[in-house]
Design a protein around this ligand. Structure first.
Ligand SMILES: Nc1ncnc2c1ncn2[C@@H]1O[C@H](COP(=O)(O)OP(=O)(O)OP(=O)(O)O)[C@@H](O)[C@H]1O
Length: 372
């Protein structure tokens, strides 16, 4: 694989200017919650408050501050990790996750609001709970693969405009992490770690495996970790870790978003998304890669650009993969091509008129910038 249409000469031009590359990261006010307050805000971690289960524990909806704050509370399981997350770290939110999340605040991430100190009122040690922003529209995984929405109503699969917009937003989120000094590597990019907020924007969450990439080899001791189907095959020892491991996982996510098939899907032959897609991209059969539920986009060039980018992201050799900044640049071109152009269509006209009246602060064509 290796096509040219999205290759960029300038790999830094799309780095969010609000993310300083070389300045220390800005810390945000993070609250300390009492375990008892979160217990009562989730009705005793009740089934009704349960938002979902992951390999490390459960996530609950919490209503706090007399109903003014709705948050998601992550409660580690007492039995340790289960299923497909391959992790060498201990389960549950640890100091590393809190430290990384506390140092970043970005509108493309599921941000940390606070955590419990780990001690209950009776001073017995409790599990540490993490409190993060609540995402009203579930995970990208559910949006892509489930025929019912988070309210239990039947739902249509997302169309091309949403998929391209989400891909661009996720790319910007990952690029923001890679642009930090030192870069943060997420290590677990996958559709169940992308959440859709109430404005239907995509946010990257779950920093349980995230690490800072330092030049000091003695500090880069985290053993390889990630999720089967998304993990970079070139990441075998701690020294192999680079930002390009996230690029690989992002490429798998692009294939998943484009095709509607899962990263590992036994309904397809071969079950691995890369093994399935590589020969199709090689013979330029872009239409075949498109989710059969929505068919190819009106402009097949959109599918071609996304497929070519995905193909480059999942290259076996890490150095042949694009940077996330290049992926952002490519996806902003795809997004412009996929979206009806402003000024020439009714939506563009409505948005332009609302902007003139000062009513639109969040124009859907370009998502909000990160503010760290
Ligand atoms: N901030 C949030 N707002 C709303 N729902 C959430 C939020 N975070 C997680 N969830 C829900 O809880 C579920 C479990 O999330 P969690 O991050 O623990 O696991 P996961 O990412 O799905 O899987 P794994 O632990 O294997 O990575 C998600 O699938 C989602 O449905």
């Amino acid at each position: 694989m290796g096509y040219l249409s999205c290759r960029s000469r300038s790999s830094t031009s799309t780095v969010d200017p609000l993310i300083p590359k070389s300045k220390p990261t800005h810390r945000t006010a993070i609250r300390t919650f009492l375990y008892e307050d979160l217990e009562s805000a989730t009705h005793g971690f009740s089934k009704d408050s349960l938002l979902g289960r992951g390999s490390h524990g459960c996530v609950y909806k919490a209503v706090l501050d007399n109903g003014k704050l709705i948050a998601a509370v992550k409660k580690p399981s007492s039995n340790g990790p289960r299923d497909s997350t391959w992790s060498s770290t201990s389960y549950g939110p640890d100091d590393n996750e809190i430290e990384i999340l506390s140092s970043i605040r970005c509108s493309r991430l599921v941000n940390l609001l606070g955590y419990t100190s780990g001690a209950a009122a009776n001073q017995q040690q409790q599990q540490r709970l993490l409190v993060v922003e609540y995402m009203a529209n579930g995970t990208l995984h559910d949006n892509l693969h489930s025929s019912v929405d988070s309210g239990g109503n039947s739902s249509d699969p997302p169309g091309w405009i949403d998929r391209v917009r989400w891909a661009h937003q996720i790319a910007r989120a990952v690029d923001s992490l890679h642009s930090m000094d030192p870069p943060v590597i997420h290590r677990d990019i996958k559709s169940s770690n992308v959440l859709i907020d109430r404005r239907r924007n995509a946010r990257l969450g779950d920093f349980g495996l995230a690490v800072r990439l330092t030049a000091d080899p003695f500090r880069c001791t985290a053993r390889p970790a990630g999720t089967l189907g998304y993990i970079d095959p070139a990441y075998v020892t701690p020294e192999d870790l680079s930002v390009k491991s996230d690029v690989f996982s992002f490429g798998i996510l692009l294939l998943e978003m484009m095709s509607g098939r899962k990263a590992i899907d036994v309904g397809y032959s071969p079950p691995s998304a890369v093994d399935w897609a590589a020969p199709i991209i090689g013979r330029r059969g872009f239409g075949e890669l498109c989710d059969p539920r929505i068919g190819p986009p009106g402009d097949l060039g959109v599918a071609e650009m996304v497929a070519e980018l995905a193909g480059r992201c999942v290259e076996g050799k890490a150095e042949r993969r694009p940077s996330m900044a290049e992926a952002v640049e490519c996806l902003s071109k795809v997004r412009r091509r996929a979206s009806p152009s402003p000024g020439k269509n009714v939506w563009g006209g409505i948005v332009a008129a609302a902007k003139r009246r000062g009513r639109v602060s969040d124009v859907p064509v370009e998502g909000p910038k990160c503010n760290s």
